[in-house]
Design a protein around this ligand. Structure first.
Ligand SMILES: [Mn+2]
Length: 170
């Protein structure tokens, strides 16, 4: 797991100084996504991928999109499998959001990490200022596209919906 330590260090340094929309250190998000992916992959191993590859890719899932780190750098340090996953998780400039999600879905590891990513984003949505809560529909689109692949995502999405419903129209 030496490579995982390297991935954690790289993510910490790449996201240094960044905060999420609620003002929390950004690194907490990839950390949570990595832990959620590790938990899921330990109970339901994903054929063709090691636990280490999944955890490293989860840790690095936002660095290409949001920092100076390049796919080439990831490939050189962590190998082609991890680079392919991170590429599938990086929204390209000008790419239609739905097309991006469909592309992520094609890579089984990226699909698993994307579900964990979206669920973590949904879990934080209550802490967003009201004017930013419209982003919820984007996350819902993502879950709809990714759904049918992991019962976990359906369960949690339903739970979230039930929790939100009483507030609709309030
Ligand atoms: Mn993310």
């Amino acid at each position: 797991m030496v490579k995982l330590q390297e991935a954690i260090k790289l993510a910490v340094s790449a996201h240094d100084g960044q905060v999420d929309k609620a003002g929390m250190p950004y690194i907490l998000h990839p950390m949570r996504v990595m832990l959620a992916v590790a938990k899921e992959a330990k109970t339901h191993p994903l054929a063709g991928y090691t636990l280490g590859e999944l955890m490293i890719a989860a840790m690095l899932h936002d660095v290409v999109e949001d920092t100076q780190v390049t796919l080439k750098q990831i490939e050189n340090t962590f190998g082609g499998v991890v680079a392919l996953i991170v590429d599938a998780l990086s929204h390209r400039s000008g790419e239609v959001y739905r097309a991006f999600i469909l592309r992520a879905k094609e890579n089984p590891a990226a699909r698993l990490i994307k579900v964990a990513d979206v669920l973590d984003n949904l879990s934080r949505i209550d802490s967003l200022p009201p004017e930013q809560q419209g982003i919820e529909s984007r996350y819902r689109t993502a879950l709809t596209v990714l759904n049918g692949t992991r019962e976990l995502s359906l369960e949690i999405a339903n739970e979230y919906k039930m929790k939100q419903q009483p507030e609709v129209g309030a």
